[in-house]
Design a protein around this ligand. Structure first.
Ligand SMILES: Cc1ncc(COP(=O)(O)O)c(C=O)c1O
Ligand SMILES: [Zn+2]
Length: 440
């Protein structure tokens, strides 16, 4: 496997001549300084702020309508005019996941209009990360990278390894060494090089920044981050379209780096800007695990900057102690009248169980965090029962089985005879009579 991709250097120096594309380059989010459309994520010339993609919204407006989008593929690529790619996308069927009307969960919580956006069934690796990686690897190929990489809390490694395999790219991914088996085996099966780093995500991320500088690979969430993060906007577009071209009143989403949260907002704003949906206020509320809640802590204390923490939670996929997009996420929660709250590991497991029992959706710990925060916000009166609320479920429970081991019932092991079944069924019925299921 070639370790040095010479194309990295050509990728970095690309200047924008993007005839087919609606994006025109990069720009610093803080000072506005312009950059070409290469592999760069920091404002090196001026202020070290993060870079973001710039679009020609008049061109987008002239090309899209509700009808053109509805006639597009049943994937994120129906929104390709809003995504930073030039040519053909890597299409692995990512996106357009179900938006479920969650009536039974709503009733249990005391809500009337609750929806679950279920990215636990996203393709190909059952998390929202397939969205960001589909975009990042399409751009990586366009920029000439032959080796791709990432610093991951688990889902991103699954996704990068899978989509790199499909696209024929060499892949070396980095994770903390203490991740769940489903995340580890669910990466190794695609046969990348997997580096299990003895440290937490923030240490993995620091190491990866050095590797990115030295080896010149395309790191989806480092030097390709401006492109990668744009993939999350599709979680905003899809909800608008699936609600019948309307905005919800309130959304609840999990926060790790905070990128997903800010990009759902950007997705909503862009559809308003090009006239695809009518503007109305939407409250943005964020969910963290108490064992890694730097953003919730800053929010509670009225700060817009975080104090880094050392993660200690079962919600490993959202365990980022020094989140890059925290100030932007806090700003959005404040400006929209939302909140950012944290829940305990016990509440996270109960959230996973509640969603599964009421809606038949088995989520991982990040989704358990979202449901537990949703419940907490309802109890605190921070969600109006009649408002249209969307809870974002971003990953699949089969990848974090460790989290629910011991929390669910044991199977009743029986002999292959009717008498054995009869006796076991009696015991099961007695147990149910002693512990009746809640109505709803
Ligand atoms: C399942 C899941 N949900 C949510 C997130 C949060 O993503 P972000 O870093 O964009 O805040 C992650 C991040 O890895 C994740 O794996
Ligand atoms: Zn700058």
């Amino acid at each position: 496997m070639p370790l040095l991709a010479s194309s990295y250097y050509c990728g970095s120096s690309v200047t924008a001549t993007l005839s087919r594309s609606t994006f025109t380059g990069l720009r610093c989010k803080e000072c506005g300084h312009p950059y070409g459309a290469g592999a760069k994520h920091v404002c090196e010339d001026v202020c070290f702020g993060p870079l973001e993609v710039v679009y020609d919204y008049d061109l987008i407006k002239s090309r899209v309508s509700r009808a053109t989008i509805e006639a597009g593929p049943v994937s994120i690529w129906r929104y390709r005019e809003f995504l930073p790619i030039e040519g053909d996308p890597i299409d692995v069927g990512t996106g357009f996941t179900p938006l479920l009307k969650a009536n039974r969960l709503a009733k249990r919580l005391g809500l009337k209009n609750l929806y679950i956006k279920n990215d636990g069934v996203n393709m190909p690796t059952l998390s929202f990360k397939d969205r960001v990686v589909s975009v990042a690897l399409t751009r990586a190929k366009e920029l000439g990278f032959t080796t791709v990489s990432c610093a991951s809390t688990g889902n991103l490694a699954n996704s990068t390894a899978a989509i790199a395999a499909h696209a024929g790219l060499d892949c070396c991914v980095f994770i903390p060494s203490d991740l769940e088996l489903g995340k580890v085996l669910g990466t190794l099966i695609y046969n990348p090089t997997l580096m299990a780093v003895k440290g937490n995500y923030d240490q993995v991320n620091r190491l990866c920044s050095e590797v990115a500088n030295t080896y010149g690979w395309g790191f989806v969430n480092i030097n390709l981050r401006p492109y990668y993060s744009e993939g999350s906007k599709t979680l905003g577009y899809e909800v608008i379209e699936q609600l019948g071209w309307q905005l919800p009143d309130h959304i609840v989403a999990p926060l790790a780096s905070g990128s997903l949260f800010t990009k759902i907002r950007k997705g909503f704003d862009e559809f308003i800007k090009v006239g695809l949906v009518d503007e109305k206020p939407v409250r943005f509320s964020g969910a963290q695990a108490e064992g890694c809640s730097p953003i919730a802590q800053a929010f509670a204390e009225g700060r817009n900057f975080i104090t880094p923490v050392k993660p200690n939670t079962i919600a490993k996929s959202i365990a980022i102690g020094n989140p890059a997009d925290a100030p932007y996420a806090i700003d959005i929660a404040n400006r929209t009248g939302g909140t950012i709250a944290a829940v305990s590991d016990e509440e996270i497991v109960a959230g996973i169980q509640l969603l599964a029992e009421t809606e038949g959706v088995f989520t991982e710990t990040a989704g358990g965090t979202t449901i537990a925060v949703l419940k907490k916000l309802v109890e605190q009166g921070k969600i109006d029962p009649s408002e249209t609320t969307v809870a974002y479920i971003t990953g699949n429970g089969l990848k974090t089985l460790e989290a629910i081991t011991g929390a669910v019932a044991e199977p009743l092991t029986i002999e292959p005879q009717l008498a054995s079944f009869n006796a076991a069924w009696e015991r099961a019925q007695a147990l149910h009579r002693a512990n009746p299921k809640p109505l709803a």
